[in-house]
Design a protein around this ligand. Structure first.
Ligand SMILES: Nc1ncnc2c1ncn2[C@@H]1O[C@H](COP(=O)(O)OP(=O)(O)OP(=O)(O)O)[C@@H](O)[C@H]1O
Length: 312
């Protein structure tokens, strides 16, 4: 096991599209992010995993320019964008980085049709100038996300299922031809039966469009469906990260092990008292994981784990 002095970024890439280096974000006394470093590169997915409040959404909002870090640096295609740039630079970045939100019901305007939702960004960013180009562009986008244009384009959000709405949201994000897609818990409000379809769609988009995908989830089991690399976060800090298969298959940090042990095993029957034992164990793991250590150990070619701090 090699100890490394600085925190190596997750998803080490020759030419990342977006890179965060030691990002901090405090809200008063709350340290939402404590030195998060990561790289997002084309055709590659990174999963950010952790429980509620660990800082996942804050990280996504910073990447999408909806929030500003209180420390650290942010780079876009090698250019330092930590401070606000010119209006043109900001507009270009906001086009390049698109978000898909958790709630597919709230993210579409109920008074507009699917056609309107998709034609608008196409027109705004000059990807469809005439009416005919808009109709064709919307049809292409709907086909891309697995929706039949003739059956979908004229519909309003309330006429669609949750999964169909999320596909429209993904199509809308794709309309501006982004480089980066940030998907914040994109399936957590959907029926279990349709979640895998959305994850497979994201994985296909990443591959075929060579997009950089940041997939945010509290469910570590789904990370392997989508992402080549994973970061496990606890209390604003990266505690374990690297190749998804290595992190999931050979988890070293007790908090990662806790997340994995919470994944239901259909082959194991439920035993009375299991949940109480699990909750007690979970509290103990959180107590051990909370103290911060700067020591990071390399346990695989791309697999890093933060050492536990001293518990008083
Ligand atoms: N605008 C804010 N003002 C004050 N505290 C905030 C704000 N935004 C986030 N926080 C705090 O920062 C921490 C991280 O929150 P964040 O929403 O990033 O976590 P999360 O992992 O995305 O959780 P969830 O899955 O519930 O969305 C939490 O303690 C939260 O209360």
């Amino acid at each position: 096991m090699n100890a490394v002095t600085t925190v190596p970024p997750a998803a080490i890439a020759a030419e990342p599209i977006v890179r965060l280096d030691g990002i901090q974000r405090s809200f008063g006394l709350v340290q939402a992010l404590r030195g998060v470093s990561l790289s997002l590169k084309g055709g590659h997915a990174l999963a950010l995993v952790g429980e509620s409040g660990c800082g996942k959404t804050t990280c996504a909002r910073i990447i999408a320019r909806m929030d500003t870090p209180t420390g650290g640096e942010m780079l876009y295609r090698g250019r330092n964008i930590t401070r606000t740039g010119t209006a043109a630079e900001e507009k270009a970045y906001r086009r390049a980085v698109q978000m898909v939100f958790q709630d597919p019901f709230a993210s579409l305007n109920p008074v507009f049709s699917v056609q309107h939702h998709l034609a608008r960004p196409l027109a705004l960013y000059g990807h469809a100038r005439s009416k005919a180009e808009q109709v064709q562009g919307v049809a292409d986008l709907l086909n891309w996300v697995g929706l039949e244009p003739a059956l979908t384009a004229h519909k309003f959000p309330h006429e669609l299922s949750g999964g169909q709405r999320q596909r429209v949201n993904i199509a809308r994000a794709l309309a501006v031809q982004p480089d980066v897609l940030v998907a914040d818990e994109p399936t957590s409000m959907l029926d279990v039966s349709i979640r895998l379809g959305i994850l497979e769609l994201l994985a296909r988009i990443k591959q075929e469009r060579q997009l950089a995908l940041l997939y945010i989830t509290h469910d570590i089991a789904t990370a392997a469906h989508v992402a080549e690399e994973v970061i496990v976060m606890f209390a604003g800090q990266m505690v374990e990260w690297g190749d998804t298969l290595s992190v999931i298959g050979d988890a070293r940090h007790p908090y990662t092990q806790l997340l994995l042990s919470a994944v239901p095993d259909p082959d194991r029957p439920f035993v009375a008292g299991d949940s109480a034992r699990f909750l007690g164990h979970a509290e103990e793991v959180r107590r051990l994981s909370r103290p911060s250590s700067t020591e990071v150990n390399q346990v695989g070619s791309n697999h890093f784990v933060r050492a536990l701090g001293a518990v008083s």
